[in-house]
Design a protein around this ligand. Structure first.
Ligand code: COS
Length: 380
């Protein structure tokens, strides 16, 4: 067992940190205020290879492992959790799903531009009445021989407006329940697709979240991923890897708030000394440091299992559950360490606190992670 990073991993970590500090930090408060999607920053992210970090170079990716992905997600999320969700959806929900389960034509046509960052992807599973209860898909994909017709509404779709490619989960044969669900590659400019208003969110405000309506959208049969009825397993396997990305994102939000708290507590004076000299603050920093270290190790463990092609469902759910709880607890404490300054935008921790909340909700709530974990525990 080794606890050291390779030179390549260190380089990725440094590149992600530099990108976040130089490109993402400027203007972040305004982007959050105005709910402005940072399309120009996402473009640079693509040019640097971060949009297809784990994709084989023959499909335009950077060919890195999941550990590298965790490192990059942590660094970028320390500063901008809105940009990092675009990155995580594109990498682990869209590119990974296509590379693992798509056929050669699908990879050439769709994966390559997504991995290069020329296009952005979105993952369309959630519906108004099917979030946690993902088998209850109401969106239909009627089999018409050489094509499908998709009808329905998808909710809370990250990258909803900017995406060029949607992966859409829909019910083809309701009698077969989850075994009648399919996954499709749908071009976002297909006739019959429309968007609801942009969601006005508590956190990750500069990411794009939309409802997407599908009205008689024609999708060629060759755009179905895998065999007929594979769609639910596709969604579950893809989400399992996605949860490592969200765990790393939560880790980044926590470590970003922690680093700001350490810095602030060495500068701010009260009762004649830097507040870092007061035990009340020291204990908060100690709790943060310990929990963040545990979360980081859990993220690495899940990533390592995935890279070793071992079962990582339980490990990714554990990492996501724990890291997101740590993100929430750490950011609340970071605001407390900063006192009144923590409550205003200039000091960044209030934004990180708002951004942390969603990590306990999307790609499976904390409660869903406990279902997955407990099933694994009982199965043994
Ligand atoms: N990998 C492969 N297959 C999986 C799987 C996984 N990780 N998890 C479940 N499945 C399969 C099961 O094996 C079962 O198939 P079979 O009947 O062929 O055995 C099928 O999927 C249905 O599974 P299950 O019966 O466990 O379904 P449930 O309705 O009980 O729900 C949970 C399972 C709760 C785990 C699932 O609905 C879930 O993850 N929900 C959350 C979805 C989510 O993350 N939503 C957020 C929106 S996406 S941003």
């Amino acid at each position: 067992m080794k606890f050291t990073l390779t030179e390549e991993h260190k380089l990725i970590q440094e590149a992600a940190r530099n990108f976040a500090e130089t490109e993402l930090l400027p203007g972040i408060i305004e982007r959050d205020d105005n709910q402005q999607f940072a399309s120009d920053k996402v473009k640079v992210l693509g040019d640097l290879g971060f949009m297809g970090l784990m994709v084989d170079p023959k499909y335009g990716g950077a060919g890195m492992d999941t550990i590298a992905y965790v490192l990059a997600m942590e660094e970028i999320s320390k500063i901008d959790a809105s940009v990092s969700v675009t990155m995580s959806v594109n990498n682990s929900l869209v590119c990974w799903g296509l590379e693992t389960y798509g056929n050669e034509e699908q990879k050439q046509k769709y994966l390559t531009p997504l991995a290069k960052g020329e296009k952005i992807g979105a993952f369309c599973l959630s519906e108004p009445e099917a979030g946690s209860d993902a088998t209850s898909q109401k969106t239909t994909a009627e089999d018409k021989g050489d094509h499908y017709i998709i009808n329905g509404t998808k909710n809370w779709i990250t990258n909803g407006k900017s995406a060029g490619v949607y992966l859409v989960i829909a019910q083809t044969d309701a009698q077969k329940r989850h075994k009648g669900i399919n996954a499709f590659i749908v071009e976002s400019d297909s006739p019959g697709i429309s968007l609801g208003p942009k969601e006005n969110k508590l956190g990750i405000r500069s990411s794009e979240t939309y409802s997407i309506m599908f009205a008689d959208v024609k999708v060629p049969k060759e755009n179905r991923i895998g065999e007929d009825g594979f769609g639910f397993k596709f969604a579950m396997k893809t989400l399992s890897g996605g949860r490592i990305g969200i765990a790393a994102k939560a880790l980044g939000i926590a470590s970003g708030a922690y680093e700001l708290s350490v810095k602030y507590s060495k500068e701010r004076k009260a009762f004649g000394a830097e507040i870092a000299k007061h035990q009340a603050i020291q204990f908060k920093l100690a709790d943060m440091a310990t929990q963040i270290e545990a979360a980081r190790l859990m993220c690495f463990k899940a990533a390592w299992l995935k890279d070793q092609h071992q079962d990582y469902d339980q490990a990714s759910s554990m990492a996501k559950l724990y890291s997101s709880e740590v993100a929430m607890a750490t950011t609340v404490e970071a605001v407390q360490v900063h006192g009144g300054y923590g409550f205003v935008k200039d000091f960044h921790v209030e934004r990180l606190m708002r951004d942390a909340k969603i990590t306990q909700i999307y790609e499976g709530t904390s409660e869903i992670q406990k279902i997955v974990i407990s099933r694994g525990v009982i199965k043994g």
